[in-house]
Ligand binder design. Structure first.
Ligand SMILES: O=C(O)C1=C[C@@H](OP(=O)(O)O)[C@@H](O)[C@H](O)C1
Ligand SMILES: C=C(OP(=O)(O)O)C(=O)O
Length: 428
């Protein structure tokens, strides 16, 4: 994919596809509920399709049409043993959340994914699940997938997670559906709470108190109708493009603004961005709004601490904002970026530097001196969707031509991304 600098302002309206985290959970909880769960604005990205595929292979009938997904749930004990290995593709969320569910089944499963998944840390779920009495092993002994999970009745625990990870929290809470007593998870910083919100709407007994979530054993979950809010992590690319391309004004419709996900809005505001929230409402128990984004002159900021989990997937594109901001931006406490689809810290420092940015790597983040003009370069996406979309935005702000290698990986979370971006560029 080759892109060049935007020569006119970005204008128009874009509707954001469904939230990836919420789409995964809708399929999983729908499969474990009694009755048929109907989902609209489901994200048809490859990661969520991996989740559908895994549950189909465990006997769940799922009708997938462009406008509506119907999940014919079979109850908490209705899954059947898959005939072969479950393939979670490129999806960390599928791998970690499903492991919690599989730990409580009456059958055994082998679970694996692509080469990126096979190098992502699973010790963080193996440890708490083992404490709950689960039998879960990394087949290569390296703490990564493939995982062998022999399901059984689990024990209630109170667990403090080492890393702030919604995937770890959700894995433990889902295993809690199959435990003989309450299960509590306390995190070092509050992470996205979609599992808690949605499980409650399905009838589970889940309470949240600060950084602790607790689930009590539930006899059953009840089917729901879910309208998935747009994904703020996908909206992030248009927020950045609108703020950076001079004269731009874009309306981003239907964006989930759950406070455990809206860190990018808070950081943009701290950088001097002109973003207005319109039409605030609720979908699936989650706050949503339209975002009116206008070109703004930004200044640097410091990003670290409790805000990090609320913008973890947006940090690559926030780094591009920082390149164009006046002054210094410091990103710290972001070591989790090293264990995503790629080592996003390394890749960002290397690729932004290749475009002329003034970036210094730190162990847990980076320091960016804004104001060095960006120029086009050949950027390897390293098959990481967030990297490909981040550099598509950077390309709009750089002189010359930028070529993104492996650009198709955007299909993981946003299949229509280039089309939607081009529409805004053309309307300018
Ligand atoms: O729970 C989820 O849906 C997710 C949690 C985050 O991962 P971690 O929990 O590993 O931080 C995030 O990066 C991922 O895109 C989706
Ligand atoms: C990290 C991500 O997803 P996952 O962990 O589900 O692969 C992401 O979408 O940026």
């Amino acid at each position: 994919m080759k892109l060049t600098r935007a020569t006119s302002p970005l204008k128009g309206t874009v509707s954001i596809p469904g939230d990836k985290s919420i789409s995964h959970r809708a399929v999983m909880f729908g499969a474990l509920a009694e009755g048929t769960t109907e989902v609209t604005n489901f994200l048809q990205g490859a990661d969520c399709l991996s989740t559908i595929d895994c549950f189909r292979r465990m006997g769940i009938e799922i009708e997938n049409t462009p406008d509506l997904i119907k999940i014919h749930g079979r109850g908490l004990h209705g899954l059947s043993a898959p005939s072969g290995i479950l393939d979670t593709g490129n999806s960390g969320t599928t791998t970690r959340l499903i492991s919690g569910i599989l730990s409580g089944q009456s059958f055994e499963t082998v679970l694996t994914g692509d080469s990126s998944i096979q190098s992502r840390p699973m010790g963080r779920i193996i440890r708490p699940l083992t404490q709950m009495g689960a039998n879960i092993t990394s087949l290569k002994g390296n703490g990564c997938a493939p995982l062998l999970i022999k399901g059984r009745l689990l024990k209630g625990i109170s667990y403090s997670t080492e890393v702030a990870s919604a995937q770890v929290k959700s894995c433990i809470l889902l295993a809690g559906l199959y435990a003989d007593g309450p299960v509590s998870v306390t995190e070092p910083a509050l992470t996205r709470n979609h599992t808690e919100i949605m499980l409650r709407s399905f009838g589970a007994d889940v309470i949240s108190h600060g950084r602790t979530a607790r689930i009590y054993p539930s006899p059953k979950l009840h089917c729901q109708n879910i309208c998935v809010p747009g994904d703020i992590s996908s909206a992030a690319y248009f927020i950045a493009a609108g703020l950076l391309v001079p004269g731009s004004e874009i309306l981003i419709k239907n964006v989930g603004i759950n406070p455990t996900r809206d860190g990018i809005l808070r950081v943009c505001q701290a950088m001097g961005a002109d973003i207005t929230l319109l039409n605030e409402s609720f979908d699936a128990g989650e706050p949503v709004a339209d975002l009116l984004v206008k070109y703004s002159e930004l200044h640097g900021t410091e990003i670290g601490g409790d805000i990090i989990p609320t913008l973890i997937d947006e940090l690559p594109v926030i780094a591009v904002l920082a390149c164009h901001a006046r002054g210094t931006t410091v990103i710290k406490d972001a070591q989790e970026l090293k264990v995503k689809e790629s080592n996003r810290l390394d890749v960002m420092v290397k690729s932004l530097s290749a475009m002329g940015a003034n970036v210094t790597a730190m162990d847990d983040g980076m320091v960016i001196e804004g104001g060095s003009p960006l120029h086009g370069a050949v950027i390897d996406s390293v098959a990481d969707h967030r990297i490909a979309m981040t550099f598509a935005v950077a390309a709009l702000t750089a002189s010359g031509e930028t070529e993104i290698l492996g650009a198709d990986c955007v299909n993981i979370s946003y299949p229509g991304f280039y089309h939607d971006l081009e529409k805004l560029v053309r309307q300018g």
